[in-house]
Design a protein around this ligand. Structure first.
Ligand code: ZN
Length: 584
Protein backbone atom coordinates (compact mmCIF):
# COMPACT_ATOMS: atom_id res chain seq x y z
CA UNK A 1 0.00 0.00 0.00
CA UNK A 2 1.27 3.50 -0.80
CA UNK A 3 0.43 6.40 1.49
CA UNK A 4 -0.17 10.09 1.00
CA UNK A 5 2.87 12.28 1.09
CA UNK A 6 1.43 14.51 3.86
CA UNK A 7 0.87 11.50 6.09
CA UNK A 8 4.41 10.28 5.53
CA UNK A 9 5.77 13.71 6.41
CA UNK A 10 3.63 13.77 9.57
CA UNK A 11 5.16 10.45 10.61
CA UNK A 12 8.61 11.90 9.96
CA UNK A 13 7.91 14.99 12.06
CA UNK A 14 6.48 12.93 14.91
CA UNK A 15 9.46 10.58 15.15
CA UNK A 16 12.72 11.26 16.95
CA UNK A 17 15.44 9.55 14.93
CA UNK A 18 17.87 9.42 17.86
CA UNK A 19 15.28 7.67 19.99
CA UNK A 20 14.62 5.22 17.19
CA UNK A 21 18.30 4.40 16.77
CA UNK A 22 18.72 4.09 20.54
CA UNK A 23 16.11 1.35 20.57
CA UNK A 24 18.38 -0.99 18.63
CA UNK A 25 21.91 0.11 19.44
CA UNK A 26 24.11 2.00 21.86
CA UNK A 27 23.99 5.76 21.40
CA UNK A 28 26.45 8.29 22.76
CA UNK A 29 25.62 11.97 22.95
CA UNK A 30 28.32 14.62 23.22
CA UNK A 31 27.07 18.16 22.89
CA UNK A 32 24.96 18.48 19.80
CA UNK A 33 26.39 15.48 18.03
CA UNK A 34 25.11 11.96 18.52
CA UNK A 35 27.18 8.89 17.68
CA UNK A 36 25.84 5.34 17.63
CA UNK A 37 27.38 1.88 17.42
CA UNK A 38 26.51 0.93 13.85
CA UNK A 39 23.96 -1.90 13.68
CA UNK A 40 24.97 -2.67 10.08
CA UNK A 41 28.57 -3.67 10.63
CA UNK A 42 30.52 -5.10 13.54
CA UNK A 43 32.17 -2.49 15.70
CA UNK A 44 32.74 -1.54 19.32
CA UNK A 45 33.35 2.17 19.08
CA UNK A 46 30.50 4.18 17.56
CA UNK A 47 31.09 5.41 14.02
CA UNK A 48 27.51 6.15 13.01
CA UNK A 49 26.61 9.80 13.21
CA UNK A 50 22.95 10.63 13.79
CA UNK A 51 21.81 14.08 12.75
CA UNK A 52 18.51 14.57 14.55
CA UNK A 53 17.91 18.02 13.08
CA UNK A 54 18.13 16.81 9.50
CA UNK A 55 16.65 13.43 10.31
CA UNK A 56 19.55 11.50 8.76
CA UNK A 57 22.17 8.99 9.85
CA UNK A 58 25.49 8.10 8.27
CA UNK A 59 28.01 5.44 9.21
CA UNK A 60 31.64 6.39 8.60
CA UNK A 61 32.61 2.73 8.95
CA UNK A 62 30.42 0.98 6.40
CA UNK A 63 28.89 3.91 4.56
CA UNK A 64 25.26 3.07 5.33
CA UNK A 65 23.07 6.12 5.52
CA UNK A 66 19.45 7.15 5.30
CA UNK A 67 16.46 8.50 7.11
CA UNK A 68 14.08 6.98 9.64
CA UNK A 69 12.24 4.88 7.06
CA UNK A 70 15.45 3.50 5.59
CA UNK A 71 16.65 2.71 9.13
CA UNK A 72 13.55 0.63 9.88
CA UNK A 73 13.69 -1.06 6.47
CA UNK A 74 17.30 -2.11 7.01
CA UNK A 75 17.16 -3.07 10.67
CA UNK A 76 13.87 -4.95 10.45
CA UNK A 77 14.11 -6.20 6.86
CA UNK A 78 10.75 -4.71 5.86
CA UNK A 79 9.79 -2.63 2.82
CA UNK A 80 9.08 1.08 2.70
CA UNK A 81 5.34 0.93 3.33
CA UNK A 82 5.81 -1.51 6.20
CA UNK A 83 8.27 0.94 7.71
CA UNK A 84 5.78 3.78 7.30
CA UNK A 85 3.00 1.71 8.91
CA UNK A 86 5.21 0.69 11.80
CA UNK A 87 6.33 4.24 12.54
CA UNK A 88 2.81 5.60 12.07
CA UNK A 89 1.50 3.22 14.73
CA UNK A 90 4.37 4.23 16.99
CA UNK A 91 3.64 7.94 16.62
CA UNK A 92 -0.16 7.69 16.42
CA UNK A 93 -0.46 9.13 12.89
CA UNK A 94 -3.41 7.93 10.80
CA UNK A 95 -2.44 6.91 7.27
CA UNK A 96 -4.48 7.42 4.10
CA UNK A 97 -3.91 5.54 0.90
CA UNK A 98 -2.43 7.31 -2.14
CA UNK A 99 -4.45 5.59 -4.84
CA UNK A 100 -2.27 6.64 -7.75
CA UNK A 101 0.98 5.53 -6.17
CA UNK A 102 -0.65 2.26 -5.14
CA UNK A 103 -1.61 1.63 -8.72
CA UNK A 104 2.00 2.09 -9.85
CA UNK A 105 3.20 -0.29 -7.17
CA UNK A 106 0.48 -2.76 -8.06
CA UNK A 107 1.65 -2.82 -11.68
CA UNK A 108 5.10 -3.82 -10.52
CA UNK A 109 3.73 -6.36 -8.07
CA UNK A 110 1.64 -8.06 -10.79
CA UNK A 111 4.80 -8.70 -12.83
CA UNK A 112 6.75 -9.90 -9.79
CA UNK A 113 3.87 -12.23 -8.85
CA UNK A 114 3.77 -13.76 -12.33
CA UNK A 115 7.55 -14.25 -12.27
CA UNK A 116 7.32 -15.83 -8.82
CA UNK A 117 4.70 -18.27 -10.11
CA UNK A 118 7.05 -19.14 -12.97
CA UNK A 119 9.90 -19.78 -10.51
CA UNK A 120 7.69 -22.30 -8.70
CA UNK A 121 6.53 -23.92 -11.92
CA UNK A 122 10.05 -24.39 -13.31
CA UNK A 123 11.27 -25.67 -9.95
CA UNK A 124 8.51 -28.30 -9.78
CA UNK A 125 9.13 -29.24 -13.41
CA UNK A 126 12.77 -29.91 -12.57
CA UNK A 127 11.99 -32.05 -9.56
CA UNK A 128 9.07 -34.06 -10.90
CA UNK A 129 9.01 -33.65 -14.69
CA UNK A 130 9.43 -36.84 -16.71
CA UNK A 131 11.26 -34.81 -19.39
CA UNK A 132 13.65 -33.17 -16.90
CA UNK A 133 16.10 -36.08 -16.67
CA UNK A 134 18.72 -34.27 -18.74
CA UNK A 135 18.50 -31.17 -16.56
CA UNK A 136 18.76 -33.19 -13.37
CA UNK A 137 21.77 -35.00 -14.81
CA UNK A 138 23.46 -31.70 -15.68
CA UNK A 139 22.93 -30.35 -12.17
CA UNK A 140 24.21 -33.56 -10.59
CA UNK A 141 27.32 -33.31 -12.77
CA UNK A 142 27.89 -29.86 -11.27
CA UNK A 143 27.68 -31.42 -7.82
CA UNK A 144 24.31 -29.88 -6.93
CA UNK A 145 22.10 -31.96 -4.70
CA UNK A 146 18.45 -31.33 -3.79
CA UNK A 147 19.39 -28.84 -1.07
CA UNK A 148 21.30 -26.68 -3.53
CA UNK A 149 18.51 -26.86 -6.10
CA UNK A 150 16.01 -25.75 -3.46
CA UNK A 151 18.24 -23.06 -2.00
CA UNK A 152 18.73 -21.33 -5.36
CA UNK A 153 15.25 -22.27 -6.63
CA UNK A 154 16.78 -23.77 -9.76
CA UNK A 155 14.26 -25.07 -12.28
CA UNK A 156 13.66 -26.54 -15.70
CA UNK A 157 11.56 -25.17 -18.56
CA UNK A 158 9.80 -28.00 -20.43
CA UNK A 159 10.67 -28.14 -24.12
CA UNK A 160 7.21 -27.86 -25.67
CA UNK A 161 6.17 -24.24 -26.10
CA UNK A 162 3.10 -23.97 -23.90
CA UNK A 163 3.98 -25.48 -20.56
CA UNK A 164 4.43 -22.29 -18.55
CA UNK A 165 1.84 -20.37 -20.54
CA UNK A 166 -0.72 -23.09 -19.81
CA UNK A 167 0.17 -23.13 -16.13
CA UNK A 168 -0.06 -19.34 -15.81
CA UNK A 169 -3.34 -19.31 -17.69
CA UNK A 170 -4.79 -21.77 -15.16
CA UNK A 171 -3.56 -19.41 -12.43
CA UNK A 172 -5.53 -16.59 -14.10
CA UNK A 173 -2.44 -14.61 -15.21
CA UNK A 174 -3.42 -12.49 -18.24
CA UNK A 175 -1.42 -13.05 -21.44
CA UNK A 176 -0.32 -9.41 -21.51
CA UNK A 177 1.25 -9.85 -18.11
CA UNK A 178 3.10 -12.99 -19.27
CA UNK A 179 4.47 -11.08 -22.25
CA UNK A 180 5.34 -7.91 -20.32
CA UNK A 181 7.10 -9.94 -17.63
CA UNK A 182 9.25 -11.54 -20.35
CA UNK A 183 7.93 -15.04 -19.63
CA UNK A 184 6.11 -15.49 -22.93
CA UNK A 185 6.41 -14.20 -26.48
CA UNK A 186 3.49 -13.35 -28.71
CA UNK A 187 3.57 -14.80 -32.21
CA UNK A 188 2.33 -12.91 -35.26
CA UNK A 189 -0.90 -14.85 -35.00
CA UNK A 190 -1.48 -13.33 -31.57
CA UNK A 191 -0.91 -16.63 -29.80
CA UNK A 192 1.49 -16.67 -26.84
CA UNK A 193 4.29 -19.20 -26.30
CA UNK A 194 6.85 -19.92 -23.60
CA UNK A 195 9.99 -17.84 -23.99
CA UNK A 196 12.18 -20.45 -22.31
CA UNK A 197 12.13 -24.04 -23.52
CA UNK A 198 14.21 -27.05 -22.53
CA UNK A 199 16.59 -25.05 -20.36
CA UNK A 200 17.91 -25.11 -16.81
CA UNK A 201 16.39 -22.04 -15.16
CA UNK A 202 18.23 -19.81 -12.69
CA UNK A 203 15.76 -17.34 -11.17
CA UNK A 204 17.14 -13.83 -10.85
CA UNK A 205 16.05 -11.71 -7.92
CA UNK A 206 16.47 -8.00 -7.41
CA UNK A 207 18.29 -6.65 -4.38
CA UNK A 208 15.07 -6.77 -2.34
CA UNK A 209 14.61 -10.44 -3.14
CA UNK A 210 11.72 -10.08 -5.62
CA UNK A 211 11.87 -12.54 -8.53
CA UNK A 212 12.28 -10.40 -11.65
CA UNK A 213 13.62 -12.69 -14.39
CA UNK A 214 15.68 -15.71 -15.40
CA UNK A 215 19.01 -16.82 -16.70
CA UNK A 216 18.39 -19.97 -18.72
CA UNK A 217 21.10 -22.46 -19.63
CA UNK A 218 20.96 -24.67 -22.66
CA UNK A 219 21.31 -28.43 -22.17
CA UNK A 220 23.58 -30.69 -24.16
CA UNK A 221 22.16 -31.14 -27.66
CA UNK A 222 19.77 -28.18 -27.42
CA UNK A 223 19.64 -25.30 -29.87
CA UNK A 224 20.33 -21.63 -29.42
CA UNK A 225 22.70 -19.56 -27.30
CA UNK A 226 24.24 -21.24 -24.26
CA UNK A 227 22.63 -18.71 -21.95
CA UNK A 228 19.37 -16.92 -22.61
CA UNK A 229 18.30 -14.16 -20.23
CA UNK A 230 15.02 -12.39 -19.64
CA UNK A 231 14.53 -9.39 -21.94
CA UNK A 232 14.42 -5.89 -20.47
CA UNK A 233 11.05 -5.50 -18.73
CA UNK A 234 9.61 -2.97 -16.29
CA UNK A 235 11.11 -5.11 -13.50
CA UNK A 236 14.23 -6.54 -15.19
CA UNK A 237 16.98 -4.03 -15.98
CA UNK A 238 20.18 -5.86 -16.71
CA UNK A 239 22.34 -2.78 -16.24
CA UNK A 240 21.40 -2.62 -12.58
CA UNK A 241 20.82 -6.27 -11.66
CA UNK A 242 23.34 -8.56 -10.03
CA UNK A 243 22.62 -12.26 -9.69
CA UNK A 244 23.08 -13.37 -6.10
CA UNK A 245 23.05 -9.93 -4.48
CA UNK A 246 19.80 -10.72 -2.64
CA UNK A 247 21.52 -13.61 -0.89
CA UNK A 248 24.92 -11.94 -0.56
CA UNK A 249 24.14 -8.42 0.59
CA UNK A 250 24.20 -8.88 4.36
CA UNK A 251 27.37 -10.99 4.22
CA UNK A 252 28.99 -8.37 1.97
CA UNK A 253 28.32 -5.74 4.63
CA UNK A 254 29.58 -8.02 7.39
CA UNK A 255 32.63 -9.31 5.51
CA UNK A 256 33.52 -5.95 4.01
CA UNK A 257 33.83 -7.05 0.39
CA UNK A 258 31.95 -8.49 -2.57
CA UNK A 259 33.27 -10.81 -5.28
CA UNK A 260 32.14 -10.41 -8.88
CA UNK A 261 32.32 -13.61 -10.93
CA UNK A 262 31.30 -14.45 -14.48
CA UNK A 263 28.35 -16.80 -14.25
CA UNK A 264 25.43 -18.06 -12.22
CA UNK A 265 27.15 -21.35 -11.39
CA UNK A 266 30.22 -19.42 -10.21
CA UNK A 267 28.03 -17.46 -7.79
CA UNK A 268 26.47 -20.66 -6.50
CA UNK A 269 29.93 -22.26 -6.29
CA UNK A 270 31.26 -19.51 -4.03
CA UNK A 271 28.15 -19.65 -1.86
CA UNK A 272 28.60 -23.40 -1.46
CA UNK A 273 32.27 -22.90 -0.65
CA UNK A 274 31.27 -20.78 2.34
CA UNK A 275 31.88 -17.43 0.64
CA UNK A 276 28.36 -16.10 0.16
CA UNK A 277 29.58 -12.73 -1.09
CA UNK A 278 29.58 -13.54 -4.81
CA UNK A 279 27.47 -11.87 -7.49
CA UNK A 280 27.42 -11.94 -11.30
CA UNK A 281 26.04 -9.68 -13.99
CA UNK A 282 23.08 -11.03 -15.94
CA UNK A 283 24.03 -11.17 -19.60
CA UNK A 284 25.89 -7.87 -19.77
CA UNK A 285 29.29 -6.42 -18.90
CA UNK A 286 29.92 -4.98 -15.46
CA UNK A 287 29.01 -1.30 -15.56
CA UNK A 288 28.90 1.77 -13.38
CA UNK A 289 25.37 1.09 -12.16
CA UNK A 290 26.42 -2.35 -10.95
CA UNK A 291 29.35 -0.82 -9.08
CA UNK A 292 27.10 1.84 -7.55
CA UNK A 293 24.82 -0.91 -6.34
CA UNK A 294 27.68 -2.92 -4.81
CA UNK A 295 29.14 0.19 -3.21
CA UNK A 296 26.00 0.54 -1.12
CA UNK A 297 27.04 -2.60 0.74
CA UNK A 298 30.83 -2.36 0.69
CA UNK A 299 33.40 -0.20 -1.04
CA UNK A 300 35.71 -3.16 -1.63
CA UNK A 301 34.80 -5.08 -4.79
CA UNK A 302 36.92 -8.01 -6.00
CA UNK A 303 36.64 -8.99 -9.65
CA UNK A 304 37.51 -12.66 -10.07
CA UNK A 305 38.86 -13.88 -13.41
CA UNK A 306 40.77 -16.81 -14.69
CA UNK A 307 44.26 -15.93 -15.87
CA UNK A 308 43.37 -15.94 -19.57
CA UNK A 309 40.39 -13.68 -19.23
CA UNK A 310 42.15 -11.29 -16.91
CA UNK A 311 44.97 -10.85 -19.39
CA UNK A 312 42.72 -9.98 -22.26
CA UNK A 313 39.73 -8.53 -20.49
CA UNK A 314 39.14 -5.32 -22.33
CA UNK A 315 36.15 -4.52 -20.19
CA UNK A 316 38.48 -3.72 -17.32
CA UNK A 317 39.97 -0.89 -19.27
CA UNK A 318 36.98 1.40 -19.09
CA UNK A 319 36.86 1.44 -15.32
CA UNK A 320 39.92 3.43 -14.33
CA UNK A 321 38.34 6.61 -15.52
CA UNK A 322 34.89 5.97 -14.12
CA UNK A 323 35.63 4.33 -10.80
CA UNK A 324 34.97 6.82 -8.05
CA UNK A 325 37.88 7.41 -5.67
CA UNK A 326 36.12 5.76 -2.74
CA UNK A 327 35.69 2.40 -4.49
CA UNK A 328 38.38 -0.17 -3.81
CA UNK A 329 38.17 -2.21 -7.01
CA UNK A 330 40.49 -5.22 -7.02
CA UNK A 331 41.33 -8.10 -9.31
CA UNK A 332 41.74 -11.71 -8.16
CA UNK A 333 43.20 -14.13 -10.65
CA UNK A 334 42.53 -17.86 -10.75
CA UNK A 335 44.92 -20.29 -12.45
CA UNK A 336 44.64 -20.49 -16.21
CA UNK A 337 41.52 -22.19 -17.51
CA UNK A 338 39.83 -22.46 -14.13
CA UNK A 339 36.59 -20.79 -13.17
CA UNK A 340 35.20 -20.61 -9.62
CA UNK A 341 32.52 -23.22 -10.29
CA UNK A 342 35.13 -25.79 -11.43
CA UNK A 343 37.42 -25.00 -8.54
CA UNK A 344 34.62 -25.55 -6.03
CA UNK A 345 33.45 -28.72 -7.79
CA UNK A 346 37.02 -30.04 -7.52
CA UNK A 347 37.00 -29.32 -3.79
CA UNK A 348 39.81 -26.77 -4.04
CA UNK A 349 38.10 -23.91 -2.24
CA UNK A 350 41.40 -22.83 -0.70
CA UNK A 351 42.40 -21.70 -4.16
CA UNK A 352 39.55 -19.18 -4.15
CA UNK A 353 40.47 -17.79 -0.77
CA UNK A 354 44.11 -17.53 -1.79
CA UNK A 355 43.17 -15.67 -4.97
CA UNK A 356 41.03 -13.20 -3.00
CA UNK A 357 43.77 -12.68 -0.42
CA UNK A 358 46.28 -12.08 -3.19
CA UNK A 359 44.01 -9.71 -5.10
CA UNK A 360 45.59 -6.46 -6.21
CA UNK A 361 44.10 -3.05 -6.92
CA UNK A 362 42.79 -2.81 -10.46
CA UNK A 363 45.33 -0.17 -11.40
CA UNK A 364 48.27 -2.13 -10.08
CA UNK A 365 47.03 -5.19 -11.90
CA UNK A 366 46.77 -3.25 -15.14
CA UNK A 367 50.25 -1.80 -14.68
CA UNK A 368 51.83 -5.17 -14.11
CA UNK A 369 50.14 -6.59 -17.20
CA UNK A 370 51.25 -3.56 -19.19
CA UNK A 371 54.89 -3.80 -18.12
CA UNK A 372 55.00 -7.51 -18.92
CA UNK A 373 54.56 -6.52 -22.55
CA UNK A 374 57.88 -4.66 -22.75
CA UNK A 375 61.41 -6.04 -23.10
CA UNK A 376 62.73 -4.13 -20.13
CA UNK A 377 66.36 -5.02 -20.80
CA UNK A 378 66.39 -2.51 -23.67
CA UNK A 379 66.72 1.20 -22.83
CA UNK A 380 64.26 2.33 -25.54
CA UNK A 381 61.69 -0.21 -24.39
CA UNK A 382 62.11 1.02 -20.80
CA UNK A 383 61.39 4.54 -21.98
CA UNK A 384 58.25 3.46 -23.82
CA UNK A 385 57.17 1.34 -20.84
CA UNK A 386 57.48 4.25 -18.43
CA UNK A 387 55.54 6.58 -20.71
CA UNK A 388 52.75 4.01 -21.20
CA UNK A 389 52.63 3.29 -17.46
CA UNK A 390 52.56 7.02 -16.70
CA UNK A 391 49.43 7.43 -18.85
CA UNK A 392 47.69 4.75 -16.78
CA UNK A 393 48.86 6.04 -13.39
CA UNK A 394 47.93 9.61 -14.28
CA UNK A 395 44.26 8.65 -14.27
CA UNK A 396 44.31 7.99 -10.55
CA UNK A 397 42.67 10.94 -8.81
CA UNK A 398 44.82 10.73 -5.65
CA UNK A 399 48.33 12.22 -5.72
CA UNK A 400 49.58 10.03 -2.87
CA UNK A 401 48.44 6.87 -4.66
CA UNK A 402 50.07 8.13 -7.86
CA UNK A 403 53.36 8.42 -6.00
CA UNK A 404 53.05 4.86 -4.68
CA UNK A 405 52.51 3.64 -8.22
CA UNK A 406 55.50 5.66 -9.38
CA UNK A 407 57.61 3.69 -6.90
CA UNK A 408 56.20 0.45 -8.29
CA UNK A 409 56.92 1.43 -11.89
CA UNK A 410 60.43 2.57 -10.99
CA UNK A 411 61.13 -0.73 -9.26
CA UNK A 412 59.78 -2.84 -12.11
CA UNK A 413 61.50 -0.96 -14.90
CA UNK A 414 64.71 0.02 -13.16
CA UNK A 415 64.15 3.61 -14.25
CA UNK A 416 64.96 6.20 -11.59
CA UNK A 417 62.00 7.24 -9.45
CA UNK A 418 62.50 10.92 -10.22
CA UNK A 419 62.20 10.27 -13.96
CA UNK A 420 59.05 8.19 -13.49
CA UNK A 421 57.46 10.89 -11.31
CA UNK A 422 58.20 13.56 -13.96
CA UNK A 423 56.72 11.35 -16.63
CA UNK A 424 53.54 10.87 -14.58
CA UNK A 425 53.28 14.60 -13.88
CA UNK A 426 53.56 15.31 -17.59
CA UNK A 427 50.84 12.74 -18.30
CA UNK A 428 48.57 14.25 -15.63
CA UNK A 429 48.78 17.74 -17.08
CA UNK A 430 48.41 16.37 -20.61
CA UNK A 431 45.23 14.51 -19.64
CA UNK A 432 43.82 17.52 -17.86
CA UNK A 433 44.15 19.51 -21.06
CA UNK A 434 42.59 16.93 -23.30
CA UNK A 435 40.03 15.46 -20.92
CA UNK A 436 36.60 15.84 -22.48
CA UNK A 437 33.66 16.98 -20.39
CA UNK A 438 32.02 14.12 -18.51
CA UNK A 439 29.30 12.42 -20.54
CA UNK A 440 25.85 13.77 -19.75
CA UNK A 441 24.27 10.47 -18.80
CA UNK A 442 26.89 9.66 -16.20
CA UNK A 443 25.97 12.45 -13.81
CA UNK A 444 22.73 12.93 -11.94
CA UNK A 445 20.64 15.40 -13.88
CA UNK A 446 20.36 18.90 -12.58
CA UNK A 447 18.29 22.01 -13.09
CA UNK A 448 16.15 22.06 -16.19
CA UNK A 449 17.04 18.52 -17.29
CA UNK A 450 15.96 17.19 -13.91
CA UNK A 451 12.69 19.11 -14.20
CA UNK A 452 12.16 17.63 -17.67
CA UNK A 453 12.51 14.12 -16.24
CA UNK A 454 9.99 14.97 -13.55
CA UNK A 455 7.66 16.28 -16.23
CA UNK A 456 7.93 12.94 -18.03
CA UNK A 457 7.09 11.20 -14.77
CA UNK A 458 3.98 13.35 -14.48
CA UNK A 459 3.09 12.41 -18.03
CA UNK A 460 3.50 8.72 -17.18
CA UNK A 461 0.96 9.26 -14.41
CA UNK A 462 -1.18 11.16 -16.99
CA UNK A 463 -1.36 14.03 -14.52
CA UNK A 464 -4.35 16.26 -15.38
CA UNK A 465 -2.30 19.37 -14.55
CA UNK A 466 0.20 18.58 -17.30
CA UNK A 467 -2.43 17.98 -19.96
CA UNK A 468 -3.46 21.64 -19.84
CA UNK A 469 -0.11 22.67 -21.32
CA UNK A 470 1.25 22.41 -24.84
CA UNK A 471 4.69 20.97 -24.33
CA UNK A 472 5.88 20.59 -27.89
CA UNK A 473 9.32 22.09 -28.27
CA UNK A 474 10.05 22.70 -24.59
CA UNK A 475 12.40 19.78 -24.01
CA UNK A 476 16.14 20.35 -24.24
CA UNK A 477 17.32 16.77 -24.73
CA UNK A 478 16.71 14.43 -27.65
CA UNK A 479 15.74 11.50 -25.43
CA UNK A 480 13.23 13.65 -23.53
CA UNK A 481 11.73 14.93 -26.79
CA UNK A 482 11.44 11.36 -28.08
CA UNK A 483 9.73 10.23 -24.88
CA UNK A 484 7.31 13.17 -25.08
CA UNK A 485 6.44 12.36 -28.68
CA UNK A 486 5.85 8.75 -27.75
CA UNK A 487 3.53 9.62 -24.88
CA UNK A 488 1.38 12.41 -26.34
CA UNK A 489 -0.80 10.30 -28.66
CA UNK A 490 -1.13 7.59 -26.02
CA UNK A 491 -2.29 10.04 -23.35
CA UNK A 492 -4.67 11.75 -25.75
CA UNK A 493 -6.62 8.50 -25.94
CA UNK A 494 -6.98 8.25 -22.16
CA UNK A 495 -9.03 10.20 -19.63
CA UNK A 496 -6.91 12.59 -17.56
CA UNK A 497 -5.49 10.83 -14.51
CA UNK A 498 -5.60 7.35 -16.07
CA UNK A 499 -1.99 6.23 -16.50
CA UNK A 500 -1.03 4.50 -19.75
CA UNK A 501 -0.31 0.78 -19.74
CA UNK A 502 3.47 0.82 -19.99
CA UNK A 503 3.67 -2.90 -20.60
CA UNK A 504 1.71 -2.67 -23.81
CA UNK A 505 3.29 0.64 -24.75
CA UNK A 506 6.93 -0.38 -24.41
CA UNK A 507 6.75 -4.17 -24.55
CA UNK A 508 10.30 -5.47 -24.52
CA UNK A 509 11.56 -2.39 -26.32
CA UNK A 510 15.22 -2.15 -25.36
CA UNK A 511 15.83 1.41 -26.56
CA UNK A 512 17.32 4.05 -24.29
CA UNK A 513 14.06 5.96 -24.21
CA UNK A 514 12.04 2.89 -23.22
CA UNK A 515 14.52 2.01 -20.50
CA UNK A 516 14.41 5.58 -19.18
CA UNK A 517 10.59 5.64 -19.12
CA UNK A 518 10.37 2.34 -17.28
CA UNK A 519 12.91 3.58 -14.76
CA UNK A 520 10.86 6.74 -14.25
CA UNK A 521 7.60 4.83 -13.90
CA UNK A 522 8.98 2.84 -11.00
CA UNK A 523 10.50 5.72 -9.06
CA UNK A 524 8.89 5.70 -5.66
CA UNK A 525 9.35 9.34 -4.71
CA UNK A 526 6.16 11.42 -4.68
CA UNK A 527 5.40 13.50 -7.74
CA UNK A 528 5.99 17.24 -7.75
CA UNK A 529 3.24 19.73 -8.57
CA UNK A 530 2.58 19.81 -12.30
CA UNK A 531 2.35 23.59 -12.63
CA UNK A 532 5.65 24.07 -10.85
CA UNK A 533 7.49 21.53 -13.01
CA UNK A 534 5.97 22.78 -16.26
CA UNK A 535 6.98 26.32 -15.33
CA UNK A 536 10.59 25.30 -14.67
CA UNK A 537 10.80 23.47 -17.97
CA UNK A 538 9.22 26.36 -19.86
CA UNK A 539 11.62 28.84 -18.28
CA UNK A 540 14.47 26.58 -19.39
CA UNK A 541 13.15 26.46 -22.95
CA UNK A 542 12.73 30.24 -22.99
CA UNK A 543 16.26 30.77 -21.75
CA UNK A 544 17.63 28.59 -24.52
CA UNK A 545 15.54 30.44 -27.11
CA UNK A 546 16.65 33.80 -25.73
CA UNK A 547 20.28 32.75 -25.99
CA UNK A 548 19.74 31.63 -29.56
CA UNK A 549 18.00 34.83 -30.66
CA UNK A 550 20.58 36.93 -28.84
CA UNK A 551 23.36 35.27 -30.81
CA UNK A 552 21.50 35.81 -34.08
CA UNK A 553 20.85 39.45 -33.30
CA UNK A 554 24.45 40.05 -32.37
CA UNK A 555 25.57 38.81 -35.76
CA UNK A 556 23.24 41.18 -37.64
CA UNK A 557 23.71 44.76 -38.68
CA UNK A 558 21.72 47.10 -36.41
CA UNK A 559 20.35 48.78 -39.53
CA UNK A 560 18.75 45.64 -40.91
CA UNK A 561 15.10 44.74 -40.59
CA UNK A 562 16.02 41.30 -39.26
CA UNK A 563 17.85 43.02 -36.41
CA UNK A 564 14.73 44.94 -35.39
CA UNK A 565 12.57 41.82 -35.64
CA UNK A 566 15.06 39.82 -33.62
CA UNK A 567 15.37 42.55 -31.06
CA UNK A 568 11.59 42.72 -30.63
CA UNK A 569 11.37 38.98 -30.24
CA UNK A 570 14.09 39.14 -27.65
CA UNK A 571 12.18 41.71 -25.63
CA UNK A 572 8.97 39.65 -25.85
CA UNK A 573 10.82 36.52 -24.79
CA UNK A 574 12.44 38.32 -21.85
CA UNK A 575 9.06 39.61 -20.74
CA UNK A 576 7.58 36.12 -20.88
CA UNK A 577 10.52 34.71 -18.95
CA UNK A 578 10.16 37.32 -16.22
CA UNK A 579 6.44 36.58 -15.94
CA UNK A 580 7.04 32.88 -15.59
CA UNK A 581 9.92 33.28 -13.20
CA UNK A 582 7.91 35.63 -10.96
CA UNK A 583 5.26 32.94 -10.40
CA UNK A 584 7.76 31.11 -8.24
ZN1 ZN B 1 28.37 0.86 9.76
Amino acid sequence: MAYRREDIERVRDATDLVELVAEVTKVRRSGRSVMAVCPFHQEKTPSMSVDAARGLYHCFGCGKSGDLFRFIQDTQAVDFSDAVELLARRSGVTLHEDAEASQRRDRRQILVDATTLAVGFFHDSLKTGSDAGGARGYLRSRGYDGTVVDRFAIGYSPPHGEALVGYLRRRKVPEDVMVTAGLAVRARTGKVFDRFRGRVMFPIYDVRGDAVGFGARLLEGGEGPKYLNSPETPIYHKSSLLYGLNWAKSEIVRGGHSVVVEGYTDVIGLHLAGMPVAVATCGTALGEEHLDLLRRFSEKVVLMFDADEAGTNASLRGFERSVPGDLDLRVAVLPQGRDPADVVAAGETDLLRAAIDASSPLLQFRLERLLEGFTLSEPEARGRAVRAAAEVVARHPDAVARHEYAVLVSRRTGVELEVVVKSIEAAVSGQQKTRPAAPRGAQPLQGVEKAERELLRLMLANDPGVRRHDLSGVFSRDDHRAAHELLVPVLAALDPGVPPDLGSLLGDDDSEVAVMLRGLAFLESPLSSADEVVRKVQVGALERRIEEVRRQVESLSPQSEAYTDGFEELIALERRRRQLASQE
